[in-house]
Ligand binder design. Sequence first.
Ligand code: C5P
Length: 255
Amino acid sequence: LACGWLGKGRLAEPAEIVDAALAVLRRKRSLEGECVLVTAGPTVEDIDPVRFVSNRSTGRMGYRLAEAARDRGARVILVSGPTALPPPAGLELVSVRSAQDMAASVSARLAEASIVAMAAAVSDYRPASASPTKVKKTEGSISVEMVRTPDILKGVGTEKGGRFAIGFAAETDGVLQNARKKRIEKNVDLLVANDVTRQGAGFAGETNAAVLIDAQGEADLPLMSKRELAERIWDRVEQLRRPLPEDETNEANVR
Ligand code: C5P
């Protein structure tokens, strides 16, 4: 390094460099005045003090979405399940563990938000009760009773009032049909659907491919970095929230 320090170094991933450069170039402050509530990461449901049930979410999609909103000038509240990602600068990070914790934090902060983006992979089930002590092994098999967790996004969809809600659908089959249904059932304004079995898309990694589904149309986006996908999502949100002159729709804007 210029200061004379020698050692093994590592260049940032090219996709990260491109994203950082793009972020500087397109800093448009178009979400100035908005408060964006983002959920990210997995939730962790304890079985006992050393065992838990969770999923493969790394939190990357939600973090990139939160960072992109911050760079467009929004105040951002990021409610995150446990992840290995560094806390992003310039936004409020609320760390949670279980689906119930996440539901409580979202409900406590919803009033402040004008836009909500639920990118977390929330566990649908949790053990009915967590043992306070480590479960001892015995000869036979055991079973753990699993009960439903609150559907946070559905709750937001019911109580959102004038807020703009974004949902995510990670699917392994019937991606489009399930996602279209989910958008209506959860009462969200924009649904981001992705096939998690597709190479380079889904949970791990810095890339994703998704279909954006809203009331005006659908846009099938190619494989791109999660930061770029985040930018495309915010572009679409901004289009949909912009008041339209009479007898015009946003349909022409769907790519
Ligand atoms: O129903 P499904 O889990 O496929 O829906 C995915 C969407 O719903 C995501 O936006 C996710 O963050 C949200 N979700 C939630 N609470 C749950 C389950 C999913 O907010 N318990």
